[in-house]
Design a protein around this ligand. Structure first.
Ligand code: UDP
Length: 472
């Protein structure tokens, strides 16, 4: 509904009654970016704003699952072979090249027609992912204000903002000998935790980040999918350094969002709900849930070590193996010979999980994760301790916070070998350290739940955001 009366559901200052308004939203076309954008859209919609979602054709969301939104495709210009290779930086680069052509013409044309739609309430602003470099120019051409949604942590944004300093002081690009050196300007990070790409041309990434930062600095406000209780000093630093009218932290957005199909939306695969019935039969807190998100993969040796580590640990486990989980394999990932017989009745392997439901299930006692930010937030929100195996992008710094700042997990470092996997699983699921992590994870769950209460910081931030949008 795009109702005419704007009343906050909960929280601090109530949005004033004004004429109905509409928010346009434009996510980057990856699972970990689309989900939080739609979740924020849901929260805004529930507070009376109409929402139109612009989206690339790549990983396009299914409009049938979100009848509350309007969807408008934008030509993304990503060649099929680039999309198939799956290199995130290359995909973003191809998309930006196509969308920025002709003075951001392709995006401007879509915005013009969306803004001109008189059947919809007038557009107040566009909330976009700062990596979509064509948006600011196109939005300015049609007189629309921009807000940026950051789908990673505040620590990650702080790292991006510090990128010039990190290069100037020689932290980046990282030298092998410095990997464990603390970055004193960004505690608790060490050099190896910084956002840095080894598989993509670093200069390309640095240029992209510089332009994304510029888009953010010129925006009318920034929304970060985090919460004050988790990242207070990081948010304070950003608020001091970033000169935009408003910086808000209404996360975790999947919990703020009221629609189940939006909070756990998936563009990639069908969620296999049979795992919930399987979890129902397992003892409380006995199961290790294993998933490396939507993009991270393993080579075939690592895959085999993970499989045998799980098998040898003796613990029940639920393991998400995507069709593309093994790098360089021609077909879908094949489990090692003898594995299924070895774990019969104790292990379940599925292609894609209803992850939020899984993490909320009482049978789940631990999460072996690649430390993507959404997975981290989802685990923290359900009080599940983590075994972290970060691979790239912001995953190393997320793991650092899980282990060192919040004390709700351990990191599995070094070469992946079945013996190490087995020991780490035992430590997390049975050991005394694991018990302590589980205790702290439960405390953190309570803190997150408090933020989502009627006067909690996340609700207040959302109300502020709605008031701000209505004032634009
Ligand atoms: N996810 C899911 N089912 C799975 C694995 C992942 O629904 O089997 C969801 C998960 O809940 C999260 C997202 O995919 O919301 C992954 O985002 P994250 O930031 O953790 O990692 P990325 O995929 O971006 O590396």
């Amino acid at each position: 509904m795009a109702g005419g009366v704007h009343e906050a559901r909960a929280g601090g200052s109530r949005p004033r009654r004004r004429r109905p308004r509409r928010v346009l939203m434009f996510p980057l076309p990856f699972q970990g970016h689309i989900n939080p954008m739609l979740q924020l859209g849901d929260a805004l919609h529930a507070r009376g704003l109409a929402v139109t979602v612009l989206h690339a054709r790549l990983n396009a969301p299914d409009p049938a699952r979100h009848p509350e939104f309007r969807f408008v495709p934008v030509p993304d210009g990503v060649p099929a072979h680039v999309a198939a290779r799956g290199n995130v930086i290359d995909i973003i680069e191809a998309m930006n090249a196509a969308m920025e052509a002709d003075g951001s013409g392709p995006v401007r044309a879509v915005l013009e027609s969306v803004v001109a739609d008189v059947e919809q309430p007038p557009a107040a602003c566009i909330v976009f992912d700062a990596n979509l470099l064509a948006v600011p120019r196109a939005a300015s051409a049609v007189g629309l204000r921009t807000l940026v949604l950051r789908t990673a942590s505040a620590a990650c944004l702080g790292c991006f903002m510090a990128y010039p300093m990190l290069h100037q002081k020689g932290y980046l690009p990282p030298q092998e000998s410095d990997l464990y050196m603390p970055v004193k300007e960004l505690p608790p990070l060490r050099v190896r935790d910084l956002f840095y790409s080894t598989w993509s041309d670093h200069k390309k990434m640095r240029d992209l980040l510089a332009r994304a930062n510029e888009a953010m600095e010129n925006s009318s406000g920034v929304v970060i999918n985090t919460l004050d209780a988790l990242e207070k000093p990081e948010l304070e630093r950003i608020r001091e350094q970033l000169h935009v009218p408003i910086v808000l932290a209404p996360g975790p957005l999947h919990k703020l969002c009221s629609s189940k199909s939006t909070s756990s939306h998936s563009t990639l695969d069908h969620q296999d709900h049979s795992c919930i019935r399987w979890l129902d039969k397992q003892p409380s807190e006995s199961v290790l849930y294993v998933s490396f998100g939507s993009l991270a993969s393993l080579d075939s040796d690592e895959f085999s070590e993970v499989a045998w580590g799980l098998a040898n640990s003796g613990h029940p486990f639920l393991w998400v193996v995507r069709a593309d989980s093994v790098r360089g394999s021609d077909g879908p990932a094949a489990l090692p010979d003898g594995f299924e017989a070895a774990v019969h009745g104790r292990g379940k392997v599925i292609r894609w999980a209803p992850q939020q439901e899984v993490l909320a299930h009482p049978a789940v006692g631990g999460f072996w994760t690649h430390s993507g930010w959404n997975s981290t937030l989802e685990s923290v929100s359900e009080g599940v301790p983590m075994m972290c195996r970060p691979q790239f992008a912001d995953q190393m710094m997320n793991a650092r916070y899980v282990v060192d700042t919040w004390g709700v997990g351990l990191e599995l470092e070094g070469e992946l070998q079945r013996g190490g996997v087995e020991m780490a699983i035992r430590k997390l699921m049975k050991g005394r350290d694991g018990e302590e992590m589980r205790g702290r994870a439960k405390e953190l769950k309570k803190i997150v739940a408090d933020c989502l209460e009627a006067r909690g910081t996340s609700q207040v931030a959302t109300d502020k955001l709605v008031n701000y949008i209505l004032s634009l």
